[in-house]
Design a protein around this ligand. Structure first.
Ligand code: PEP
Length: 247
């Protein structure tokens, strides 16, 4: 079993050309641990701009896409378009897509299936809300979200699961390493029981939710945390520290 450490940055709806040039500068200066797979999630309009500036070792992800290849869907972009400009990744089911834009499990699963069928790598995000955690429903919620996606996945080799508790995203409240490890372990057990041992042992499950330079090392020591999806801190030079958390 070898799961390469994976660190993604989610820039969300932030940045402009100048800001992107600054991010590229600190990523180029690094140095980034070459053993880590690094991917940055860029606003759609800047995908090509960022891709052309970034070092080859840093891959680019779209932050969303629709569930079909083309058609009358004003404002949407498709996996085919993302591939066409040479971008290989897409983030799907992010909590902001689910909770600000009302995407449900079924739509997220359809998007994941179509993106994979189109050849993209997918970061599939799941995570419980605060009231769900406080109501003891964390497992039920994340298993339900995972099942919706898993039911539609034929090939897991291009999937990274991002466990991102909603209460930890952009709030400065990080899950403790123990809290995150507990959920990651349960998710791996779920994959083993409902998909296969191979998929359970090979699929990267990364943690997201207020990861910073200060907390990344402790989180990275947990055996079932295979990397991070980073929002706010991915816009800052400390992202380099997060990439290098296991070094
Ligand atoms: C995210 O956007 O996926 C995220 C985890 O954000 P933050 O690191 O800012 O909590």
């Amino acid at each position: 079993m070898s799961r390469n450490f994976w660190v993604g940055g989610n820039w969300k709806m932030n940045g402009d050309k100048k800001v992107i040039e600054g991010i590229v500068e600190f990523l180029k200066a690094g140095p980034l641990d070459p053993a880590v797979e690094v991917v940055v999630g860029v606003p759609a309009i800047y995908l090509e701009y960022a891709k052309n500036l970034l070092p080859q070792s840093v891959a680019v992800a779209a932050q969303n896409c629709y569930k079909v290849s083309k058609g009358a869907f004003t404002g949407e972009i498709s996996p085919a378009m993302i591939s066409d400009i040479g971008v290989k990744w897409v983030i799907l089911g992010h909590s902001e897509r689910r909770h600000v834009f009302g995407e449900n499990n079924e739509l997220v699963a359809e998007k994941v299936a179509h993106a994979l069928d189109s050849g993209l790598h997918v970061v599939a995000c799941i995570g419980e809300k605060l009231e769900e955690r406080e109501g003891g429903k964390t497992e039920e919620v994340v298993f339900h979200q995972t099942k919706a996606i898993a039911d539609k996945i034929k090939d897991w080799s291009k999937v990274v699961i991002a466990y991102e508790p909603v209460w930890a995203i952009g709030t400065g409240k990080t899950a403790t390493p123990q809290q995150a490890q507990e959920v990651h372990k349960k998710l791996r057990e779920w994959l083993s029981q409902h998909v296969s041992d191979k998929v359970a042992s090979e699929t990267r499950i990364v943690y997201g939710g207020s990861v910073t330079g200060a907390n990344c090392v402790e989180l990275s020591k947990e055996p079932d945390i295979d990397g991070f999806l980073v929002g706010g801190a991915s816009l800052k030079p400390e992202f380099v520290q997060i990439v290098n958390a296991r070094k």
